[in-house]
Ligand binder design. Structure first.
Ligand SMILES: [Zn+2]
Length: 112
């Protein structure tokens, strides 16, 4: 059975184009994107692990997954750390939370 790759609708075999999306139908739908393939983006550099832990706690409370990397050249994420060892930490969050996290951190920094 042909499927529309856009709307995922299943059509009869004699149909070759989706009338709604005007897309060529395909026999097999591409696999859904997995959560684990989601890119993680670095938030701002924090002046030390203490701040990083604080931010992580706030994000945890907000239900946002995060991970801390300190003093690491995180080449896997395309981020550069130029700080001296022990001097800074970075927090990574999934891309879809990035904007929200930046706002949370900005709010937080106002109160420090
Ligand atoms: Zn369609």
């Amino acid at each position: 059975m042909p499927f529309c790759p856009e709307c995922k609708y299943e059509y009869l075999p004699e149909i070759s184009k989706c009338p709604d999306c005007e897309k060529e139908l395909v026999d097999v739908l591409p696999p859904e994107e997995k959560m684990s393939d989601e890119p993680w983006l670095p938030l701002r550099d924090l002046p030390g692990n203490m701040y990083a832990e604080m931010v992580k706690e706030v994000l945890d409370n907000a239900g946002i997954p995060s991970m801390i990397k300190s003093d690491v050249i995180s080449s896997a994420y395309g981020a550069k750390s130029v700080s001296a060892p022990g001097a800074s930490a970075q927090i990574f969050v999934p891309e879809k939370y990035h904007k929200k996290c930046r706002q949370i951190i900005l709010d937080m920094m106002d109160h420090i």
